[in-house]
Design a protein around this ligand. Structure first.
Ligand SMILES: Cc1cc2nc3c(=O)[nH]c(=O)nc-3n(C[C@H](O)[C@H](O)[C@H](O)COP(=O)(O)O)c2cc1C
Length: 494
């Protein structure tokens, strides 16, 4: 007699699928001539011309286009993939992980990096995984979001059980064991989070929670808040609106330019015995931001050299033991430059995106402050173009700056020594250097303007450097001011 089959225990859940969706506030339209446009908040943006068959796929982008259905290399799939990529680059696309047929998605994925595409990394029963120390959950409006400064995407957690299950991963868990938990979130969710470095796989020997065990030596020196601040206060690795948006102007009135005086008797400082203004005081007084440049008389290589020599060259080098264990720490090399730097770290490097400079080809360069020389860096022309265009836009000019100076930080010079204050010290150093650049430009009869934004992802592409090793923290537009002759005389522009 046959033994009766044991009834399968536990719930059977369908494998969730990944789908692409245009974001809620957006209307996507295929026009009769094949052009696809997107409309949002009164704007219309063209996405290019596509074959007529695209209109069916566009409808699917509203209800959910399964990514597996566009994975082939057929021409039709190439087209829809191109459209998906263009939408993602403009922040108009999100991905959902959920049941194949219109059910509630458990996780919604918002790309933070232009070229992000969700990938489900393989996770095996024998793997041990844990939460990255950079991952965090927070409330955004009425949603719970899971983020990390390392991740290329943000995850909206629609199912609270997933949040609870993730909390268990603050302790490393072996998948074979972890998947027996009642609220196991599923291998797909885990695979997505491993791909985004929100979760990481550990080697057996590394289950100690120590920083070097997380698998990326570039991150050992970074404090959580510093890496978060770096990625969230720059462009390139986040999709949040950024810049002068006046978001709360309807809620609050602006503060006055000058602080209202403190009550009490003030001591007047204007007195007849004050010394006459010095040349330095005159230089400070002459400094102003210059945003429009004279492209018929661009800055020359000799002027650029004098500017860099005056503001940024290395003027001395020495080595001293680190001030640890009664001076028995390792030797640290130091260099002195014309501006001060926290802890004499001199972590800031100057990179030059050259648009127009007499005697120097258009291109991207590193300023070697020790040799006082420029080294060309092979960057994609499209990236150089975009970098110069963004600078032009940031200063509201009608032309790109003649030379865009990108101030980058070698973070490890500061984070090796300082805890909690490292990134703030770097930004203070940027302020100090920026004023030095302003004064050097003014002194040489040139003009310049600080720029408050910079794109850390593009810089990583242009230099091939990991964003956590060296990256931009400031920018300065430089050139000959429109209305100023190379001989120093000013004239009224026509
Ligand atoms: C940190 C910093 C960031 C700035 N960012 C920008 C910018 O992105 N675009 C711009 O047009 N000006 C920028 N500026 C220039 C200021 O707008 C300018 O210094 C201010 O209006 C005062 O004018 P002045 O420099 O001519 O005295 C920046 C200045 C600083 C110090």
């Amino acid at each position: 007699m046959a033994t009766p089959k044991k009834k399968a225990s536990g719930r059977k859940t369908a494998t969730p699928v990944l789908t692409a969706h245009v974001v809620k506030h957006v209307v996507l339209e295929a026009q009769a001539d094949g052009n696809v446009v997107v409309r949002f908040e009164g704007y219309t943006q063209g996405l290019g011309k596509f074959a007529p068959a695209i209109s069916k796929r566009i409808a699917e982008l509203r209800t959910g286009l399964p990514l597996a259905s566009i994975a082939s290399s057929r021409a039709a799939d190439t087209e829809i993939n191109l459209l998906v990529r263009r939408l993602a680059r403009s922040g108009l696309l999100e991905y959902r992980l959920g049941p194949a047929r219109c059910g509630q998605a458990s996780v919604v994925i918002e790309p933070q990096i232009a070229d992000y595409r969700p990938q489900i990394s393989k996770v095996a029963n024998t793997d041990t995984i844990a939460l990255s120390r950079f991952a965090y959950l927070r409330r955004r409006g009425k949603e719970m979001v899971l983020e990390s400064p390392r991740a290329s995407a943000l995850f909206r957690i629609a199912d609270p059980k997933i949040a609870a299950a993730l909390a268990a991963l603050s302790q490393p868990q072996k998948i074979g064991q972890y998947r027996k938990e009642r609220d196991f979130p599923g291998l797909e969710v885990l695979g997505l989070l491993v791909d985004c470095q929100i979760l990481f796989k550990l080697k057996a020997a590394d289950i100690d929670g120590a920083r070097p065990s997380e698998g990326d030596p570039n991150l050992v020196l970074w404090d959580f808040h510093d890496l978060l601040f770096h990625t969230r206060s720059t462009e390139g690795r986040q999709a949040n609106p950024l810049g002068g948006l006046y978001t709360y102007s309807r809620l609050m009135t602006p503060l006055p330019a000058v602080r209202p005086p403190w009550p009490g008797q003030a001591i007047e400082l204007n007195s007849p015995g004050s010394p006459p203004p010095s040349p330095f005081a005159a230089l400070l007084n002459a400094r102003q931001s210059v945003r429009d440049f004279d492209d018929e008389h661009p800055i020359t290589l000799a002027e650029l050299g004098a500017f860099l020599q005056s503001a940024g060259r290395v003027r001395g080098k020495w080595t001293a033991p680190a001030d640890i264990e009664d001076g028995q720490g390792p030797d640290v090399s130091y260099a002195s430059r014309p501006y001060p730097s926290a802890g004499a770290a001199y972590e800031l490097e100057l990179y030059l995106a050259v648009h127009k400079c007499e005697g120097l080809s258009r291109g991207f360069y590193h300023y070697d402050a020790d040799r006082h020389a420029l080294t060309p860096i092979e960057a994609r022309p499209a990236d150089l173009e975009a970098q110069l265009y963004d600078a032009e836009f940031a200063i509201g000019a009608s032309n790109a700056p003649q030379v865009l100076i990108v101030i980058a930080a070698r973070f490890g010079r500061v984070t090796w020594k300082y805890s909690s204050v490292a990134y703030s010290l770097i930004l203070k150093d940027v302020g100090v250097l920026t004023q030095t650049l302003y004064l050097a430009a003014t002194d040489l009869g040139l003009g310049g303007c600080a720029i408050g934004t910079n794109n850390i992802d593009r810089f990583a592409r242009m230099t091939g450097l990991d964003f956590a090793i060296e990256g931009p923290v400031g920018q300065f537009a430089l050139g000959r001011a429109a209305g100023r002759r190379p001989d120093g005389d000013s004239f009224e522009p026509k």
